[in-house]
Design a protein around this ligand. Structure first.
Ligand code: RIB
Length: 295
């Protein structure tokens, strides 16, 4: 069994502020740091730290050596990653005094995926394998179709949600990883009604499993055989960036191995609670051994 994360790699320019800047407002940042991130990279690292054998695919730019180095140092196979003569993807992230964030994304090299590259990458994987996708790279619809036609299990985190998701054949997705906002955007049902969102998925994608995260409120799982809820683990919030990515990576480790859904959710919630207590994206993702202190 091999796991492929085909996704973004970003340099995150993080600014600490009292509050998220309002339209027309100029405020000074008390602190600025650069972290390695990107939903693809974060989720690849979370899966690898959780214990899965992970390959990452995607494109970096001329400034992307640190992205490759970070993936390698965290146990992710980078042999499929290619470099283009453009800037890597980057973000501008504001983090307020409560640890909440606001993100501007510039795709850069993440938007340089070609059909030839997709064929080359997916040729390395087959029916026992899984592919994890997010929505920060181009040709997402093509990757989903090509992976499904090869019998690769497709897992989709449709984040950030935009019109590209509407172009994808979501009936080919075996597992959706969504937060309440994305769940509401896909289903058209209020984010305040998580069980109704799960009902909507059950009607429209009856074969698929769904994990619906609700931040500090916990997370739901819904599949053909069961539906269950996991509460969040309380922690002091420093920075919520990559908490969802951490949750996804740890849930998938359980999903791909012999763990029960309940245990997979619990481990994911523990890992995410550690991630929100730390600054940055990739650096905030805990090792599996760090989960043991949480009951
Ligand atoms: O999910 C967090 C990530 O979203 C950040 O690392 C940033 O790069 C954005 O892609």
């Amino acid at each position: 069994m091999k796991v492929l994360c085909f996704g973004s790699m970003n340099l995150d320019y993080v600014y600490s502020l009292d509050h998220i800047v309002a339209p027309g407002e100029t405020i000074s940042s008390s602190y600025q740091e650069i972290f390695v991130g990107g939903k693809g990279l974060n989720q690849a690292i979370a899966m690898a730290k959780a214990g899965l054998p992970v390959w990452h695919a995607g494109i970096t730019g001329t400034d992307g050596e640190i992205l490759l180095k970070t993936l390698r140092e965290n146990g992710v196979n980078t042999s499929l990653i290619r470099q283009e003569d453009v800037r890597s993807g980057h973000t501008i992230i504001q983090v307020d005094g409560n640890g909440q964030n606001s993100i501007i994304l510039f795709g850069g090299a993440n938007q340089c995926i070609t059909s030839e590259y997709i064929t080359e990458v997916l040729g390395e994987f087959g029916p026992r394998d899984m592919i994890l996708l997010q929505n920060e790279i181009n040709r997402l619809d093509e990757i989903i179709n090509s992976a499904a036609s090869r019998g690769i299990k497709v897992v989709l985190n449709p984040s950030p949600f935009d019109g590209n998701i509407g172009k994808c054949d979501l009936s080919k997705v075996g597992l959706f990883l969504v937060n309440e906002v994305e769940g509401a955007q896909i289903s058209g049902i209020s984010a305040q009604k998580p069980e109704q969102i799960l009902d909507w998925f059950a009607v429209h994608y009856p074969e698929a499993e769904v994990v619906l995260t609700l931040g500090s409120e916990g997370a739901w799982y819904s599949g053909v055989e069961k539906r269950c809820f996991q509460k969040a683990f309380f922690t002091k919030t420093v920075d919520t960036t990559a908490a969802g990515d951490t949750f996804s990576g740890y849930f998938l480790e359980g999903w791909m191995t012999e763990r029960s859904v309940e245990e997979s959710l619990s481990r994911a919630a523990k890992a995410a609670s550690i991630a929100v207590s730390r600054k940055g994206a990739a650096p905030s993702i805990p090792l599996a051994v760090e989960l043991e202190v949480l009951q």
